[in-house]
Structure formats: structure tokens, C-alpha cells
Design a protein around this ligand. Structure first.
Ligand SMILES: [Zn+2]
Length: 56
């Protein structure tokens, strides 16, 4: 049982929820990131440079 939650905002990787376990992180501003990218861009309030929230 798996559900496609969305795509990593940095690398575009599919992020699934499997057996209730999300294969990534959702930041406060609803930005999805895979674990690899969340390591590169810690969720300390900074948005990943590839997706500036202010420009939406
Ligand atoms: Zn990623």
C-alpha cells in the first residue's frame, strides 16, 4: 500500500507514503523534499534555492 504524495521540490524525485511512512519531509510551507535533499537543505526556515516561495 503506497500513495504518491508529491515530488521533491529540489530533485523532482517521487515521494511516496508507504505503510504510513512518508519517504521525505514536508516543510512548514508545504514544500516536499526527499531525505537526501532535506539533508542538503535543513528545514530550519530556509527554502531551497530552486523554489523561491516569494516568486509564486
Ligand atoms: Zn530530492
Amino acid at each position: 500500500m503506497e500513495e504518491l504524495i508529491g515530488y521533491c521540490s529540489v530533485c523532482g524525485k517521487d515521494i511516496y507514503c508507504r505503510m504510513g511512512f512518508l519517504e521525505g519531509v514536508v516543510q512548514e510551507d508545504k514544500i516536499l523534499m526527499c531525505f537526501d535533499c532535506s539533508t542538503n537543505f535543513p528545514s530550519t526556515g530556509t527554502s531551497p534555492p530552486s523554489l523561491p516561495a516569494d516568486s509564486i
